[in-house]
Design a protein around this ligand. Sequence first.
Ligand SMILES: [Zn+2]
Length: 463
Amino acid sequence: MRKVPGLELAGRVSGFCLFLAAMAHFGLAQSAPLLAADPKIRAALEDVSAQQIQANIEKLVSFRTRSTLSAQDPAAIASGRGIGAAREWIKSEFERYSEDCGGCLEVKTDSYTQEPGERVKEPTVITNVYAVLKGTDAENAKRMVLVTGHYDSRNSDNYNLTDDAPGANDDASGTAVSLECARVLSKLKFPATLVFLTVAGEEQGLYGSRHFAQMAKDQGWDLEAVLNNDIVGGDKSPEQDHSRIRVFSEGVPAAATDQELRRIRTLGGESDSTSRQLARYTVDVGRTYQLGVQPMMIFRQDRYLRGGDHFSFNQQGFAAVRITEFREDFHHQHQNVRMENGVPYGDLPRFVDFDYVSQVARLNAATLGSLAAAPAPPANPRLLTKDLENDSTLTWDASPGGLATAYELLWRTTTSPEWEHAQKVGNVARTTMKMSKDDVIFAVRACDQAGHCSLPVVPAPER
Ligand SMILES: [Zn+2]
């Protein structure tokens, strides 16, 4: 229970009445939102292996360079050098996991030729490799949750294809997270669909993810959440915090229309994008499963003036966050492997903390599993504003897909970064709270009997 400043001023006589009033106003009786831990997901998290992740990162490094501009002809693939060989190996890994689950994964590629442009001189084939674990429920299988990392790498010079570009942290670590999530979650079944993606062309300008996100948009995918893991190796520099992982999320959506921007400005909605709800959800997941690495939300689209593949999805209107280690070491990113004045440069496996990556993989797997097991978010939530009143009435349409058995209202003060309160309101489509919509931000989420809950959705005003 959170302390409310000023409550001790209540005094003895009228204390109880004031306490009740405060309860109604601040929702004191409610606890902060959590999810119920799912024993199957918990078992899958135990299955996540630091040794497997280490083996995968070392294998990716063994291709010497995974530059998107490096060779991918049959001879190069046979020689085990270059991005083509890396791509074929990732594909074979997904296929191996699929064999272990009786063909449960559909392993696919999304390939196109990038014409010369930024950091690409020649027409270049860019191939994304992904595996799909189709949902078991016909209606809910349309809903998708996706995890991605980029498997391409680079060294000091974008066009240097001869020297090593090990990219152990950037981003074999993120690729290993996608692979490990596929391996452990493919042993389970979920009503909604999971997509395990690895993309190329990131280092030249997010080419692969842009193509993939465009495809998802064009094909009308109901993509509820995207987790982009880029540099999640927990570099072993002295200032590293191995208990925290940064989760970046956009505030004002990149894809917001003018009308949406106007509403955001008017209602103070700058911290309520779907991506931000996803970031908050990862925090709830981290607490629910008491993981060894806890998310630290950064309310910013990405690191200062830098970018990543989640942005490709944000641009198409999807909820997407970037997950990155607490502290980056720039001696170990985009550098030729060398010693200079006694300082080692290069993105080598020996700087990666494989236990840390495995904790990050657990955070991802738990988030993916929780969302894929949950009902769809309630549709079309509205906050009624026809009459001026101090109560707040919310309505919504049932969560599509029929998994929801109850709805929960979440709220927080306008200055709070996280949802502070949750209240079950039953299997209804309307509720009235004794609280003014002027003073708090509301959201509603759909839950099932087992305590799986959807992402919360903030209502739109209805006059
Ligand atoms: Zn990267």
